[in-house]
Design a protein around this ligand. Sequence first.
Ligand code: NDP
Ligand code: HSE
Length: 449
Amino acid sequence: MMRTRPLKVALLGCGVVGSEVTRIITTQADDLAARIGAPIELAGIAVRRPHKVRDGVPAELLTTDATALVKRGDIDVVVEVIGGIEPVRTLITTAFEHGASVVSANKALLAADGASLHAKAVEHGVDLYYEAAVAGAIPLIRPLRESLAGDRVNRVLGIVNGTTNFILDKMDSTGAGYSEALEEATALGYAEADPTADVEGFDAAAKAAILAGIAFHTRVTIDDVHREGLTEVTAADIASARKMGCTVKMLAICERSADGRSVTARVHPAMIPLSHPLASVREAYNAVFVEAEAAGRLMFYGPGAGGAPTASAVLGDLVTACRNKLAATIGAGESAYTRLPVSPMGDVVTRYHISLDVADKPGVLAQVATVFAQHEVSIGTVRQQGRNQGSGDDAAVEQSSGGQRAGGEASLVVVTHRATDAALSATVAALRELDTVRGVASIMRVEGE
Ligand code: NDP
Ligand code: HSE
C-alpha cells in the first residue's frame, strides 16, 4: 500500500555528491516511492552560494539557512553532503533533536565524533546512516554491520581513497607527474574540498577508523589511526617496487591482534606484489578485503569516489531511513561492546623495503647486516646498485649483495622478513648512526604476501 503523504527530505550541500543525489531523487521518483512505500519530497537544499547555476536543481528549494531547514520540525530525513566538522556536527545534532533521521557521507565527522552522534540518534529515536562515507559506491558498512554481524572479523585491508589510487595509478602506468595527476583527480570530483586530506592520508585514516570500529565492535577514532601520506612516495620508490615485482598502493589496514585483545589501524603507502588483486585496482576504484573467521576472505570492489557512485550509496541509506520512518522503527545503532584498546604502531608486524645510500667500500654490507641482526630484524633480500663516481648516475650496475666496488656511493635495498614496526624503527635509527650510511632514502612496508 502506497502512503500518499510524502516523506520530507532536506538536503544539506549540493556539490559533487549533492547534485547527483538531487538528480536521482527527482528522476527516479516513482521507483523510489514504490520501493519505500511513500513518495519522497525534497523540502529544501542548503548551500553556500544560492545564485550559482545548478542544472536540474530546483532553484526555489535553495537556501543558505541550513539551521532553519533542519529545525522545521516536519523533515523526516536530513541528507548531509557538506563535509567537515562544523557547522555540520551542530546541524546533524539539531536535526536529531527535531526528529529527523540523518544520512551522511561525512567520514571526517564520523571518524572524529561517531560515538556521540550515534548516542544522540538513539536518544531521539532516529537513524544515523553513512554508507557513502567509506569507499564511495561500494556496499561495505552495511555488509560489515549486518551481513557479518554473526561472524568474527579479524582483518580489513584495502584501498579506500580514490584520489590517491588515481594518482599512483597515473604515475605508475603513464609516468604522469604527481601534481598533474592530483589536478586531474580534483577536476573529476574525486578529491576532498582540501585535497591535503587525500594525499596526507587523513581521508583514508577516517575511513579506517570507521571500518575498524564497525568490524571489531569497538570505538576507534581518527586519532587512533597511524597515518602516513602519499607525498613522500617518489618515482624511485615506484621503480624500485617494479624491480621487486610489486606496485605501490595507499593501503588502510585494520587488524585484530593475534591474542584478540587489541586492534590496530593504519594508513600508509605500501608495496604489494603485482600478482595481488589490489595491484590491479586502477584509477579511482577502491577494493577492500575483509577476513572473517567463518566467511573466510571477502573482496569488495567498485568506484570509490565521484558524484554518481557516492550518490548511489547515499540513496541506499535514504531508502532505508525512509522505510524505517514509515514503519516507525529504527535500524541497529552503534555496536562497541568489545571495548578493545587500539595498540600503537610499534606493535604492528609486517615486512619492510628499506633503501639506503651507503659508502661503496668493503665491509659496509656486513656492518648493515649486523645492525639488522642486533635488532632481531631478519633480512629477506639485499640488492645493491652501484653509482658511477662523478656521474651521479645510479643505473650503472646492479649486483648481488657482497659485490661492492671500492670508493663512491652505492644504493642498498634491503627487504626484511616480518618484524615489528618498533624493531624496524630502532634498526633504522641505528643505521643512521653508521658513518658508512650516508642516508636512508626510503622506508616502505611490503604487504599482501
Ligand atoms: P563539494 O565541495 O562538492 O560540495 C559541498 C556542498 O556543501 C556545496 O554545495 C556547498 O555549497 C555546500 N556547503 C558548504 N558549506 C556549507 C554551509 N556552511 N552551509 C550550507 N551548505 C554548505 O563536496 P562533495 O560533494 O565532494 O562532498 C560532500 C561530502 O561527501 C563530504 O563529506 C565528502 O567527504 C563526502 N564524499 C565525497 C565523495 C566524492 O567523491 N566527492 C565521495 C564520498 C564521500 P556551494 O555549492 O554553494 O559551494
Ligand atoms: N576524496 C575521497 C576519495 C572521496 O578520493 O576517496 C571518496 O570518499
